[in-house]
Design a protein around this ligand. Structure first.
Ligand SMILES: Nc1ncnc2c1ncn2[C@@H]1O[C@H](COP(=O)(O)OP(=O)(O)O)[C@@H](O)[C@H]1O
Ligand SMILES: [Mg+2]
Length: 389
């Protein structure tokens, strides 16, 4: 067919950056107004995650300034561990690049697409590169980068890179400029307020044009960083098992014990028996049929629930109460944490008072994405059954 030949000439692969340049609404950049909130949320999430990983109390500085008719400069600076210079271009100049995607544990960001999406939006609307300054310790110099994304290849484009005199010993500063408006100023301050409520161990200093605000910390307790866990045998799918098996040099019994949550020798033996496979068989050599039998056995044997206390970081009743107390003048503040976690754990707080008649359920990262355009977090208010209160 002539048409098929013609179509064949037009076939080509699409880079992730090209895809998101056309579909930026999927990442929360569907309007200039929302762009500001999304960018600040992504940068603040990264700052909080980084401080948690480094076990330091977060000191986060946020600045939003108008630099042109409709161009705004956003700066977010943290006192986290910093990013090694070799990684900076990839973190900010490549979509789908990050350290958390392959770990099973609670983090604010996961897909490695948050901050690089803001870099993409900036280069699309203002044409300006993102400026990053980062330092990893007293003995290391800080480095300053100007970064963009090569859209056709989704690779970083380093416009400039040089050592930099910086008074911070460790941390990261991101400066992003794009076309925007400040019509969502109230929403932005609301987002920061709720972020502060659910992160009472963090201090946020905010400069918004000529105004400045501080959301003080009320807890000096460093949040323990959740530890990654192995996949649970009841939550795994065939393709995933096949990939794990292909990458393993272990015997079946060791593969089950070492590769999965809550599987000890006894449970692993039971799985081997049920699947009809030898404990000493090399998993790499198992056929698709044998892996299907193994999966069925893994899912039919009773296995204790995953170790949620290790991989999740619920806020807890006391901190929710203190967070609410500091930001709202309430007559009554109470909190309640879910008592019997299975796979996830949720904490909720309830407030009432004369100054406000709203009720909110804080989660560690308030929802700011739009459900109709590909929400990436669940709305906390929809997730709770208020009848219980
Ligand atoms: N402020 C920061 N301090 C230290 N590391 C950071 C910071 N911001 C981003 N990173 C690193 O860059 C990676 C990519 O960030 P991002 O694109 O926002 O993806 P995600 O947060 O979903 O992992 C993160 O996984 C983290 O390892
Ligand atoms: Mg992120």
């Amino acid at each position: 067919m002539v048409l098929a030949e013609e179509l064949a000439k037009q076939q080509r692969s699409i880079s992730v950056a090209e895809f998101f340049e056309k579909n930026k609404h999927l990442l929360g950049f569907d309007s200039p107004t929302r762009g500001v909130i999304t960018t600040i949320k992504e940068a603040v999430d990264n700052a909080l995650d980084a401080c948690e990983e480094a076990q330091v109390l977060p000191d986060i500085y946020i600045s939003i300034k108008k630099t042109g008719t409709d161009v705004f400069r956003i700066i977010v600076e943290d006192n986290g561990p910093g990013i090694v210079p070799a990684q900076v271009p990839f973190v900010f100049g490549k979509l789908l690049y990050g350290s958390r995607f392959h770990q099973i544990r609670q983090t604010r960001g996961q897909q490695g697409i948050g901050i690089s999406a803001a870099v993409l939006y900036a280069q699309l609307t203002s044409g300006l590169p993102t400026v990053v300054i980062s330092r990893t310790g007293a003995k290391e110099p800080a480095h300053r980068f100007e970064i963009q994304i090569k859209i056709e290849t989704n690779e970083p484009d380093i416009i400039s890179q040089q050592p930099f005199e910086w008074d911070r010993i460790h941390g990261t500063r991101v400066q992003i400029e794009f076309k925007s408006t400040m019509s969502a100023k109230k929403k932005l301050l609301e987002y920061l307020k709720y972020t502060s409520v659910v992160n009472p161990h963090a201090r946020f200093r905010v400069e918004l044009d000529d105004e400045s605000f501080t959301f003080e910390r009320v807890s000096q307790e460093v949040i323990a960083c959740p530890l990654a866990i192995q996949p649970h045998p009841h939550g795994i799918e065939f393709g995933q098992l096949k990939r794990m098996a292909a990458a393993s040099d272990e015997k079946l019994i060791d593969f089950l014990v070492n590769g999965f949550s809550r599987v000890g020798k006894k449970i692993a033996q039971e799985m081997c028996d049920k699947s009809g496979l030898k404990q000493t068989a090399k998993v790499k050599g198992l056929s698709a049929e044998e892996l299907k039998n193994l999966l069925a056995a893994m899912q039919s044997v009773a296995v204790p629930a995953p170790p949620t206390t290790q991989c999740l970081s619920p806020i807890g009743e006391d901190l929710i109460r203190r967070g609410l107390d500091k930001e709202f003048q309430m007559d009554f503040v109470s909190a309640r944490a879910g008592s019997r976690p299975r796979v996830t754990q949720r904490s909720s707080g309830l407030q009432t008072g004369s100054r406000s008649c709203t009720s909110r359920v804080p989660v560690q990262s308030p929802n700011v994405s739009q459900p109709s355009t590909g929400s990436r977090t669940t709305s906390p208010s929809r997730a709770s059954r208020w009848g219980r209160f």
